[in-house]
Design a protein around this ligand. Sequence first.
Ligand code: SER
Length: 586
Amino acid sequence: MKIKDLYIDFFLSKDHKKLNSAPIIPENDPTSLFNTAGMQPLVPYLMGQTHPLGKRLTNFQKCFRLTDLDVIGDKTHHTFFEMLGNWSLGDYFKKESITWSFEFLTSVLNIPIEKLAVTVFKGNDSVPRDEESAQIWKNLGIPEGRISYLGEEDNWWGPAGETGPCGPDTEIFYWRGSEPAPTYHNPDDERWVEIWNNVFMEYYKDKDGNFKPLSQKNVDTGMGLERITSVLEGVDDNYKTTIWKDIIAKIEEISGLSYNDENYARSMRIIADHIRAIVIISGDDAGIKPSNTDQGYILRRLIRRAIRYAKKLNIDINSDFESIIANMVIEKYKKYYPELERNKETILEILKVEKTKFSRTIEKGLREFEKIISSIDTNIIDKNTAFKLYDTYGFPIELTIELAKEKGIEVDEKGFKEKFIEHQEKSRAGSQDKFKGGLSSDDDVNIKYHTATHLLNAALKTVLGPNVHQKGSNITNERMRFDFSHPLKMTKEQIAQTEELVNEYIKMAIDVESQEMTKEEAIKMGAEAMFIEKYGDIVTVYSIGTISKELCGGPHVKNTSEIGKFKIIKEEASSAGVRRIKAIIE
Ligand code: SER
């Protein structure tokens, strides 16, 4: 049985409910580009909102961390990875959490206790030393010498962003050395690898840096699937585990080279890691496409970097090597993430189109790069050259920096960024001119959809009742998706009524107005406020006559009449207690 399944089954047996993995692109969270931890989609519930599935949750979560692409290529880091997690939302605390982690490791995964060590928080000025956790570990049989007390850099987790839930944690380590584990845990000995992190989230860090107690004591645990798999399979290279083995073997077959040759291993790992991440990002229902901003830019960088490393291995980049590997990833993960199967054609198309675009210029760009290197007598690539590599040859600045670093030289990154912004401003001015004639730009379409979500929210409240609240939304230039709390499938009549009502609001040609105020004022005036804790003290409330009042960052159309005709395409379940509407405007 797979570790993922064992994990979920174990926590189901401890009365947890299984939560689906949230999308890799956070819904309704403009503050982060990707989901970086299992707790991230749970922030409102860690803060006290009632979760429809209850107080004990478990899942495996798709996570993406773009810490430093440079480290990807070693044996243990990944951009995309899966995190096993369990949560108590104001229910159980340290005792149960630690005891169940111990039970899962020693009784389900059969890890001998002799191979375990733990760390706990040593305390600071505001939070005491975590004697309680240490005592629980001792009671379970972990000897004193295998318990280390460490400070904030090791045993404090979060918040995920600047503000949010956080707290002291206890981390569990596994002895990977070939000889028996030493009696005393030495945190600096790298043969002790961290496998699980149990965070006791009882604080909220506000924007002034103060830690305030949360209204409830939570548990948030996270265990990296790739790491625990390598431990259980007894290898110190994640790419030698069953998660990656066949993909690496395929890259060996395509390139005709061996992974055991140190000259090629790094390139193979980068190709494997990046193509898996590319599949997950472009397979997300958010509809991310390669672009020059936000998630689209990361996607572009991943694809272009994978291609550059494929070239390094002399793989014919005009072959369909990327599709072969992407297909393997889809096959491997579709059981757990069904959207990959649904969006398979899109994934393969995105990869192919972006590859084709880059393959036209990469060869010439690399030659140009070599020419530059041999002709400059400084050890820095100037901003004009870096910009030329970007603009003419499609080299993301990070790629130029990486190539330069391999030659021991630097890039004027700051100068590049200035030039980039200058260029962007020029082309934006150009495109505004182009659209002056009455054509609407992509941005305009997006804005119309955005205002339509407010109207839909209001219409649903009228048709289904005041308990409807927005749970998420996602807008592309072709459609909108809107998730809301409602326990039942909507009837045909309710759908028709909702659609009609939105169209009526549009016809009423109401002005959309915005007003800045304090959070308290916004709540007092009854504004709809999702994730209010994510906003600063002063918020903007958008009002559409008396129909809708919502806390929102905008932008919106000036008048509802600009929206066009609103049409509901589909109504379906999103998750327990949450329905989803897909709609278009024509
Ligand atoms: N949030 C913690 C982590 O990311 C535990 O899940 O490690």
